[in-house]
Design a protein around this ligand. Sequence first.
Ligand code: AMP
Length: 111
Amino acid sequence: MATLFTRIIQGEIPAEKVYEDDHVVAFRDINPQAPVHVLIVPRQEIAGLASLPDQGDHRYLLNAAKVIAESLGISESGYRLVINQGVDGGQTVDHLHVHLLGGRRLDWPPG
Ligand code: AMP
């Protein structure tokens, strides 16, 4: 059974994609927590950080984040990358993803 994010990557479920390459796809979060809130997802179905393989598409997430932040105009103002892992981390979709948040001043520490 394909994950929700695989179904978005394959176009079965609509989403506003902002970036894609051979390894990752990025699209706007359906429930944005900041003016810019993008999810960057490896094409490979990796459940999360706790089951990260040694090799794979996750290795391209950070470089994609840098490129996407530049393309969305938040590189200079700043932004935050978040990966939620497991129940305590608040993970709700079991397909590894990086939240790219920006466009406003973000609080620290997170709640
Ligand atoms: P997490 O809680 O870290 O697992 O993040 C999952 C994220 O997926 C949440 O921020 C949701 O708002 C987002 N999300 C869930 N369904 C969709 C969807 N169909 N399109 C875009 N984002 C989604």
